[in-house]
Design a protein. Structure first.
Length: 325
């Protein structure tokens, strides 16, 4: 189920199902709002978007209320998460998935929001989007690639490619918008060659693994697995988290793996990635590409969870095409 495309004039609702928007600087909220309004969207906010407790989140009841209200409001056409965090999976048992299924609309976020992206797709069949938070649009510099991919994903039905950006950065831009370092983006890293097609499943790997063994975990059968992790991960944790996923009964039918670029502080080097992947005999027959533009570096592509991907990696050249229908 592909949600209706967003159009100029549409209302988009910002909610905080993980951490509170209270941690985002007021100036960044202003920039983000202005960016989305420049695209023609009308930005509104959930009732509890600024509420926070000692964990800079808020109660399950308040977060569920804002989520349900956003999907029930007929004027709202898109639901944007304010920011990620650690506890979105607290909400899963309390979500009325019939509300979402009967009121399909664009739902977008990444990182901890992976728990919601995957569970909504699993329980309703609605394609959700691993892509920028509302707070991401508050980035002053280097957002052009992110904006282009976002628009390609949520405003039209045409296939689009995930191509390497010209540069990348993992600066903590939210601390200092002007002191930024951008690195030249090379071609994506081919770890194993091949061609494959499949259903896009994935997001933040350690968050995805929280769903294992639950009713909220989508099948990996026939999937193209898109995975990334943040700077709290390193080579050893990435290795065991990936291995845990590969122990799932339907992991044998993963068609390809696409790995998002790691932040420098994770110390996951190209050499480490090659060793991790080469150690997994169950993956020896599928194409695997790394250093792709999604995850916790910028800029990032927007990926439809439940959409289709075609992957081709050979002779130093990569092709990643995305379709939603």
């Amino acid at each position: 189920m592909v949600p209706p495309r967003l159009q100029p004039g549409d209302e988009v609702r910002v909610i905080s199902p993980s951490r509170s928007m209270a941690i985002i600087k007021e100036k960044q909220v202003e920039i983000a709002r202005n960016r989305l309004e420049a695209l023609g969207f009308h930005v509104t906010f959930g009732k509890h978007v600024h509420t926070h407790d000692e964990f800079f989140s808020t109660s399950i009841k308040e977060r569920i209320e804002d989520l349900h209200d956003a999907f029930l409001d007929p004027n709202v056409k898109g639901v944007f998460t304010a920011i990620g965090g650690y506890n979105a999976n607290q909400l899963l048992k309390y979500i009325d998935f019939d509300i979402i299924k009967n009121n399909p609309k664009v739902f977008i976020g990444y990182s901890d929001i992976t728990a919601l992206n995957l569970s909504i797709y699993q329980k309703t069949g609605l394609i959700t989007y691993s892509g920028p938070h509302f707070s991401t649009f508050g980035m002053k510099h280097g957002l052009e690639y992110t904006m282009t991919s976002f628009i390609e994903a949520i405003t039209n039905d045409a296939p689009y490619e995930i191509v390497p950006s010209e540069f990348w950065s993992d600066d903590p831009w939210y601390l200092d918008q002007e002191d930024r370092t951008f690195h030249e983006q090379k071609d994506y890293l081919i770890l194993q060659e091949g061609r494959a097609e499949g259903t896009i499943i994935g997001g933040n790997l350690c968050t995805m693994n929280l769903l294992q063994g639950t009713e909220f975990m989508p099948s990996l059968k026939g999937s193209v697995l898109f995975i990334e992790d943040d700077d709290e991960s390193h080579a050893l944790t990435f290795d065991r988290d990936l291995q845990s996923l590969l122990h799932l009964p339907d992991a044998y039918d993963i068609q390809a793996i696409v790995i998002g670029r790691f932040q420098k502080d994770s110390q996951v080097t190209e050499e480490a990635l090659r060793k991790i992947i080469s150690s997994k005999r169950e993956l020896s027959h599928i194409p695997i590409i790394a250093n792709v533009n999604f995850g916790h570096v910028s800029p990032i592509a927007t990926l439809p969870i439940g959409g289709k991907a075609t992957i081709e990696a050979k002779q130093g050249s990569c092709f990643i095409q995305i379709e939603q229908s």
